[in-house]
Design a protein. Structure first.
Length: 202
């Protein structure tokens, strides 16, 4: 674990989705006004997750589907994708939810450079219309959890079994295809540094 300012960065490696989600939820329910904020940097084994706005899906490839309590629609997590969970007390820091979403998007855009763009009504980051980062959070009592997922160097084919983020035919890309050097671990550290810097500026 690394402490940067008053935010703890925990590198969890490759961990299953459901117990990690339950640990995030438990942390958020049990924290108090003095609990330090945390970022969890990790990868998941292959899994589809459904946000609260997602319709049930059936996939032909045997990859598990988990309905969760984050915002957003359906997405895919797998090895080679950087997942950064943001357990941040927004109320204590005076950060509004919409500002926090833009902060997370901006962190990805700062990482990948001027090609990164937003898309109205569809949180995340895109390059030439293809999604490179998905974003979904949940806020309880002013405290956020879940976070963002950045495609780095992964098998993108499981995305073809879904409508990513609810958009039929939405293309996806990853930092390796964009010519951005760095392993998932290296890029994850860079992304975490940018998110921490953004939170500290907010």
């Amino acid at each position: 674990m690394t402490i940067v300012a008053d935010i703890a960065l925990k590198r969890l490696g490759r961990v299953d989705y459901s117990p990690t989600w339950q640990a995030m939820r438990r942390f958020t329910l049990e924290r108090d006004a003095e609990t330090p904020d945390e970022l969890w940097l990790l990868e998941h084994p292959p899994v589809y997750t459904l946000g609260q706005g997602a319709a049930p899906v059936q996939v032909p490839n045997g990859i598990p589907v988990v309905a969760t309590d984050r915002g957003g629609d359906v997405t895919y997590h797998g090895p080679g994708q950087v997942v950064l969970y943001t357990l941040i007390d927004l109320a204590r820091r005076g950060i509004k939810v919409r500002e926090f979403v833009r902060l997370l998007e901006q962190s990805v855009m700062d990482l990948i450079g001027p090609r990164g763009t937003r898309r109205a009504g569809a949180p995340g980051v895109y390059v030439d219309g293809a999604k490179v980062a998905a974003l979904g959070i949940r806020v309880m009592r002013g405290r956020a959890y879940h976070g963002l997922a950045l495609n780095v160097d992964m098998d993108l084919s499981p995305f073809s079994a879904i409508d990513p983020c609810g958009y039929p035919g939405l293309a996806v890309t990853q930092t390796r295809e964009l010519g951005i050097a760095g392993s998932p671990a290296e890029i994850g550290d860079r992304l975490a540094d940018l998110v921490i810097a953004g939170i500290e500026r907010a």
